[in-house]
Design a protein around this ligand. Sequence first.
Ligand code: ADP
Ligand code: MG
Length: 375
Amino acid sequence: MTQFYEVFGAAPDGTWAAPGRVNLIGEHTDYNDGFVLPIALPHAARATVRRREDDVLRLYSVQARLPLQIPLPLLTGARTRGWTKYPAGVVRTLRDAGHAVGGADILIDSDVPTGAGLSSSAALECAVAAAYNDLYDLALAPADLALIAQRAENDYAGVPCGIMDQMASMCCADGAALFLDTRDLTQRQVPLDLAAQGLRLLVIDTRVKHDLADGAYAGLRAGCERAAGLLGLRALRDLPADGLDTALGRLPAELGPLVRHVVTENGRVRQAVEHLDRGDAAALGPILTAGHASLRDDYRVSCPETDLAVATAVAAGALGARMTGGGFGGSVIALVAQYALDQVAEAVTAAFRDAGHAEPRTFTAVPSAGARRIG
Ligand code: ADP
Ligand code: MG
C-alpha cells in the first residue's frame, strides 16, 4: 500500500490476487476442446488498484521495475509492448466486449516465476480482470473473466493459448484440482489432499525456455485443427479412443502422433479423476509418467532438460513425473512420497549439475485458491 502511494500519489481502492498454476494432467488438450486437471499454486500475482475517472491506465510492476509510470489512453493508444500488453489487453478487451470501463492505476507484484510454464501471464491478466470486475461493478462470472483474459492474451499479447491457464487462475479452489471440460467450460472441484496421503507435489523449474517455444505452439495447434478437419470432426476431442487406430490410417504420417497424444491424454485426465475420486492420489504417478512419454515421443514438445528431470525424479523414487505447460523447457512436476522428497529434489539438482545445466529451482505445491480480493 505504501508503495502504491509512492508510485501513484494516491491511496488504492483494494488488492486482488490471482494464482499461477501447474497442470496435473491434460497437456495440449485445451485447444482441442479436451479435458485438463490443473491446480492453482500458492504463488500469485497481486494487483493493487485505484479506479480512475478518466481513460488513462497507469501501470507499474515491482518485478519489471521500469518504466515507473506509463500513461496509456485506453481507446486510442497504439498497442503496448512488453509486459504492459497483458494488463492493457485485459482492459481493452473488456471495452471491446462492450463493458463501460475506464482507467486505473495498477501496481503489480507477483511471486509467480515468469516464463517457467507456471502461467505468470494468466495470473497477471486474471488479477487485473478480477479487480476491474469489482471496481467497475461488472458482475461477470469467473469463467467469463477467464474468457476475457484469454482473449487479451490471444489478441493483444499475440499468444494463441487455449483457455486452461485463465480458467485455472480464476476458478481453482483451495484443496482441489479443477476438472475442466474446455469445450463448454463445465467444471468440477476434485478434492486433493496430498499431505493426508503422505504425498507431496514437487515442482522443478528447469529455468530453460528454448526459442522454439512460441512458433512451435502455433504449428502444433494448426496441426491438430488440420487433423480434426481431415477426420470430419469439430475437434480432436470428438475422436473416441476406440476410433484411434482407424483414424491414424486415414491421416498423413506427420499428424498421427499429434492425434494419438491428444486422444490418449484426454483418457489420462479421466483416469486421473477416477483415481482422485476414490481418494487414491498415488495412482496418479504412472499416469503422469505416461503423459510425459506421450509429450516426448508423440507430441515432441519436451527437451533434454525436462526429460532429464523426469527420468531422474522417477529413478530417485518419485511415483511419477512429467513436464507441465507448453513445453520446450519450463517446469516439471513430480509426485513424491513425503519421505522421498529431499532425495528426489537432490537427485535432480545433482543430475542437472553433472549435465552442465543451470541449477533448477524446486518447491512443493499445494492446491491453492483462485482469483480473489485480498485487501
Ligand atoms: P508464463 O506464463 O509461463 O510465465 P509467458 O511467456 O506466457 O510465461 O508470460 C511471461 C510474461 O508475463 C513475462 O515476460 C512478462 O511480460 C509478463 N509478466 C508476468 N509476471 C509479471 C510481473 N510480475 N511483472 C511484469 N510482467 C510480468
Ligand atoms: Mg503464459
